[in-house]
Write a protein that binds this ligand. Structure first.
Ligand code: AFP
Length: 297
């Protein structure tokens, strides 16, 4: 089944249009990655250096989302303020996650949260979420609240279409992989202890430095990804609106749990667009285990 047909049958009109727009635009971003790797003078609202591909992918997705007529606003990790429009869905995005990995050709991604309230808003106000992986394949993984589904881009002659890969994706029962961002010496002690506990538990350390790539393998194999609280950065690195909440929404639809170290990421009420949070996401048992270790009460 092709993406357009699936969306017509399984998504509200606005989310279907926004998802189809992201799908089309993601092909343009994918094709541009090798040509737009230069480092720019500017920094994003989080103070991180921007690459040409960060800005280019941002502009491609903003244009595609606004053109649907369904976006009330588009907020991005790469912009100080949202672009306002006239639709009914507030879109928050990380247009190119992992851009520091462009030179090494590690997996990259894009993350989208479709919120039913103006931003900033809690993850409980998500009507849907989507992530793109740019790797050996380009895949779209998304949920509108009734399970997690995936499409893969297939080149056919001169064109490319999105074909169904799977519906109702679920985290496997047995967790297999773990990956933590930052470095062990930076982590809060409870995280370092949890990390050390993996010796002898039969899980494999899998970390690629891109949240989307690191989470995508957790969804496939079970386990946990974290960009944890750091001693010098207790609020972690990942942005609530653009990264943590949309991925927590998808993960919860796949049977998992995502914590900020004391409770469900989806319950966070961000006060600022670029607010960050520690993130522990994946198989519910493992995430509850580290949450209890960090916040024992
Ligand atoms: P970039 O988009 O700047 O490459 O950052 C990617 C990211 O936000 C997230 O995708 C990774 O999990 C995390 O940073 C990796 O951060 P470290 O490079 O500090 O490990």
């Amino acid at each position: 089944m092709k993406l357009e047909e699936f969306l017509r049958l399984n998504a509200p009109e606005d989310l279907a249009a926004l998802t189809a727009a992201v799908a089309k635009a993601s092909l343009e971003v994918w094709g541009s990655i090798p040509f737009k790797t230069g480092l720019l003078e500017e920094t994003n609202p989080s103070g991180e250096a921007q690459k040409a591909i960060d800005v280019y992918s941002n502009d491609v997705f903003v244009e595609a989302l606004i053109a649907t007529g369904h976006a009330a606003e588009v907020a991005s990790e790469e912009m100080e303020e949202p672009v306002e429009s006239k639709g009914g869905v507030s879109v928050a995005m990380d247009p190119l996650d992992g851009s520091s990995n462009v030179e090494t050709n590690n997996p990259l991604g894009s993350i989208f949260g479709f919120y039913s309230d103006r931003l900033p808003a809690s993850g409980r106000r998500l009507a849907g979420a989507l992530y793109v992986t740019y790797g050996a394949s380009l895949t779209l993984t998304f949920s509108f609240g009734k399970g997690v589904h995936r499409f893969v881009a297939l080149r056919e002659g001169a064109g490319t279409s999105f074909q169904l890969f799977g519906v109702g994706l679920k985290l496997p029962e047995k967790p297999e992989v773990y990956g933590f961002g930052g470095s062990r010496s930076e982590w809060i002690p409870a995280v370092a202890r949890f990390w050390d506990s993996f010796d002898g538990r039969g899980l494999r350390n899998r970390y690629c430095g891109t949240f989307v790539g690191d989470y995508n393998q957790v969804l496939a194999r079970g386990g946990i990804f974290s960009y944890p609280a750091l001693v010098k950065r207790p609020k972690g690195k990942l942005r609530v609106l653009y990264e943590c909440a949309p991925m927590a929404y998808i993960n919860e639809q796949a049977g998992g749990y995502a914590s900020d170290g004391s409770g469900n990421v989806l319950d966070i009420e961000p006060r600022a667009l670029a607010e960050t949070s520690p993130l522990y996401i994946g198989s519910a048992g493992l995430v509850h285990e580290i949450e209890k270790s960090i916040s024992p009460t």
